[in-house]
Design a protein around this ligand. Structure first.
Ligand code: IPE
Ligand code: IPE
Ligand code: MG
Length: 225
């Protein structure tokens, strides 16, 4: 049975769900937050140490301003509502991605939340915000170059946004789309990938547990036989 240390999720399909059931993409994003809560709870119950959630990509800035504003408001409210609970449940929040471009108030709130939960040990939730794998790799190589360090696997991994975090064992993408969309390209090199037809707001604990169960039986070779 494979142990599971890290699950990464591309939470896709909110917009389509919103249009289908509420005639509004934004209401789909709101509904998606309920799934986030369910999956965090389930990850705790499964004693998995790391959960990485793709919430906003470096390419998502191409979307209409109204949708972007709605997403950032949701994030702001989510932090207000949930950070205490995170702390009570011994959950650490870490952001991966470039939040320096966010407005000051939100940026400070995020930083404060990371600070508040930094010593928590039961589960680490990595929230990928303004995250793009290509930017992450460029940042990493530039840093190594500036510090005159060798480009090798060890140095690269030490300087990625995910330094000190084991690579994902499992990647789940909901929303019936089979692509990576610039997510963790380096870190997913040997992850088991599960593409799920359901839209993110319809995804539930049961679907999640089924994937975890399937994963445990997979023979992982890493190039060996
Ligand atoms: C994923 O859902 C959430 C974000 C990218 C913020 P989408 O908004 O991409 O939903 P679809 O793919 O358009 O249905
Ligand atoms: C990936 O979904 C990003 C997030 C889930 C945050 P997208 O909906 O942005 O991906 P594409 O554009 O369909 O590839
Ligand atoms: Mg999408």
């Amino acid at each position: 049975m494979n142990p599971i240390k890290h699950v990464a999720i591309i939470m896709d399909g909110n917009g389509r769900w919103g249009i289908k059931y509420k005639k509004s993409r934004n209401l789909g994003h709101k509904a998606g937050l309920n799934t986030v809560e369910k999956i965090i709870k389930s990850t705790l119950e499964n004693k998995i140490k790391y959960l990485t959630l793709f919430a906003f990509s470096t390419e998502n800035w191409k979307r209409p301003k109204k949708e972007i504003r709605f997403l950032f408001n949701l994030l702001d409210n989510f932090i207000d509502k949930k950070i205490k609970e995170f702390n009570q449940n011994n959950i650490k929040l870490k952001i991966i991605g470039n939040i320096n471009v966010f407005e000051k108030k939100l940026k400070n709130k995020i930083k404060k939340s990371e600070q508040l939960t930094k010593n928590n040990t039961k589960l680490q939730v990595n929230l990928a915000l303004n995250y793009g794998s290509k930017s992450e790799l460029i940042d990493t190589f530039q840093k190594l170059n500036k510090e005159n360090k060798n480009i090798n696997i060890k140095n690269i991994e030490k300087n990625l946004y995910t330094s000190n975090i084991p690579d994902p064992d499992i990647l789940i993408r909901t929303g019936n789309t089979n692509r990576l969309s610039n997510f963790l390209l380096w870190q997913l090199a040997y992850s088991e990938i599960f593409f799920e037809k359901k839209l993110w707001p319809d995804f539930n604990e049961n679907d999640y547990n089924k994937i975890l169960k399937k994963f445990k039986k997979i023979k992982r070779n890493y190039g060996n036989i």
